[in-house]
Design a protein around this ligand. Structure first.
Ligand SMILES: [Zn+2]
Ligand SMILES: [Zn+2]
Length: 72
């Protein structure tokens, strides 16, 4: 059976990356199906993360600065 790896964003389900089909001997025959292997990546896509984040640049930034200011 042929496989095609398809990477999707786990949160919004949008397509992240579609790999080339890994063909078997029966590839291209009538009624032969390509099995999709869905790999989830742990984020939302740019479109959907931008809407949620709004004016907050990145969660890394504010946690970093607040920690360092506490330490000093
Ligand atoms: Zn096949
Ligand atoms: Zn999305």
């Amino acid at each position: 059976m042929c496989y095609q790896v398809v990477e999707r964003f786990s949160v919004c389900g949008c397509l992240y990356f579609q790999h080339a089909v890994d063909p078997c001997e029966a590839y291209g025959q009538r009624g032969h199906v390509v099995q999709e292997k869905v790999v989830l990546v742990g984020y939302t896509c740019d479109k959907h993360s931008a809407r949620r984040a709004g004016n907050v640049p990145r969660s890394n930034n504010w946690s970093d600065s607040s920690y360092s200011s506490k330490d000093f």
